[in-house]
Design a protein around this ligand. Structure first.
Ligand SMILES: Cc1cc2nc3c(=O)[nH]c(=O)nc-3n(C[C@H](O)[C@H](O)[C@H](O)COP(=O)(O)OP(=O)(O)OC[C@H]3O[C@@H](n4cnc5c(N)ncnc54)[C@H](O)[C@@H]3O)c2cc1C
Length: 313
């Protein structure tokens, strides 16, 4: 089926870039281009765009901060939506007149939000200190760590399904779990969060401690997408166990394919050096999985999202 650009994009409130270098917008900083990258200016533009894509069988992907994403060297087809317009970056405190409640666009940068809430003496997002990306990406991934996860403070989301239906969904109904949920495919447009008032100095201290802990244990300055694999469940205890420790125990720290390597600092991080390709990272992911299965009897499940042409995940 041939789809004309004007039938998809004509008359909508959005910026369009064709052949956009989205690989370079990710935290890996590698990978290919998007045939079409759009930056909508309104909710209505996204809703109409998704409906047109659905009608014309064109895949839609959502790019957040690119902190958990690998774009294949061959790039991606269809439409990539990025909520980087100021419309999706608004934060409103005391949403619904409740002190501590806030609403925010899905394109809001997490670093900025953690700093903002800290300054206002609002507690609840300290666990996101040092986690890069946008609110929408953090909700989709249920990002977090030892101190908590995104869903802990999420009250509602405004969600556009790939069928073009907008719903306000309560977080409790979405089956949030470790790095996942039952959230259907689609676009998170907005959310509301529950925070509580606290001493700004105490909030600031917690943010600092968590950030320092991350900086000491993770290669934060390197090009990566954070943890490459989810922590697997140990069948004997039923508890999650460190994927990094398992990869380390399999003797893979420092293991390299092309420009991609298993970090010496944290074995669950795949880090890239200049000249790395997405194919290097993909081959290293496959190699780690095969080696860990053979040497440790553990199946690792990738946490990093991989986009490829023809695969509309
Ligand atoms: C140095 C470093 C440290 C990290 N540390 C952590 C950590 O401690 N804990 C942790 O959990 N993660 C960590 N990560 C991974 C990453 O920060 C999180 O997964 C983050 O939530 C990704 O958000 P993003 O906006 O960058 O999403 P992207 O990487 O852009 O996208 C990830 C997925 O979310 C989807 N998505 C993005 N926005 C939306 C939206 N509005 N609606 C629907 N779907 C959307 C994308 O389509 C994709 O499927 C780290 C990454 C790096 C580089």
């Amino acid at each position: 089926m041939t789809v004309s650009r004007s039938s998809l994009l004509g008359g909508l409130a959005l910026e369009v870039t064709f052949d956009a270098p989205i690989g370079g917008m990710t935290w890996y900083g590698i990978g290919g281009r998007a045939d079409t990258l759009v930056s909508p200016r309104t909710d209505e533009a996204v809703v109409e765009l998704v409906a047109r894509c659905r009608a014309q069988d064109v895949p839609v992907r959502v790019l957040g901060g690119g902190a958990n994403l690998l774009v294949d060297d061959g790039g991606v087809d269809g439409i990539v939506v990025r909520l980087d317009n100021e419309h999706f970056q608004r934060v409103q405190y005391e949403a619904e007149s409740a002190i501590g409640a806030m609403s925010a666009g899905a394109g809001v940068d997490l670093f900025r939000l953690v700093q903002d809430t800290k300054r206002r003496g609002l507690s609840g997002l300290e666990m996101m200190a040092g986690i890069p990306g946008t609110l929408g990406g953090a909700i989709r991934m249920n990002a977090g760590g030892a101190w908590g996860q995104m869903s802990d403070r999420l009250r509602t989301i405004t969600h556009l399904s790939m069928d073009g239906v907008v719903k306000h969904l309560h977080a409790d109904s979405l089956g949030f779990r470790y790095r996942g949920s039952d959230l259907p495919p689609g676009v998170v447009l907005q959310c509301t969060l529950d925070l509580n008032e606290d001493d700004p100095i105490a909030v600031s201290q917690r943010v600092k401690e968590i950030f320092q802990h991350k900086r000491a244990s993770q290669p934060m300055a390197d090009q990566s997408a954070g943890c490459a694999f989810r922590n697997p469940v140990d069948p004997t205890t039923g508890e999650r166990t460190s994927a990094g420790a398992i990869i380390d125990a399999a003797g893979l720290k420092g293991h390299r394919i092309g420009g991609a390597a298993v970090s010496d600092q944290h074995a669950n991080f795949i880090v890239c050096s200049p000249g790395a390709s997405a194919s290097d990272v993909r081959r290293l992911i496959d190699d780690i999985r095969t080696t860990v299965a053979a040497r440790r009897g553990v199946t690792l499940d990738p946490e990093v999202v991989i986009w490829s042409r023809g695969d509309d995940s």
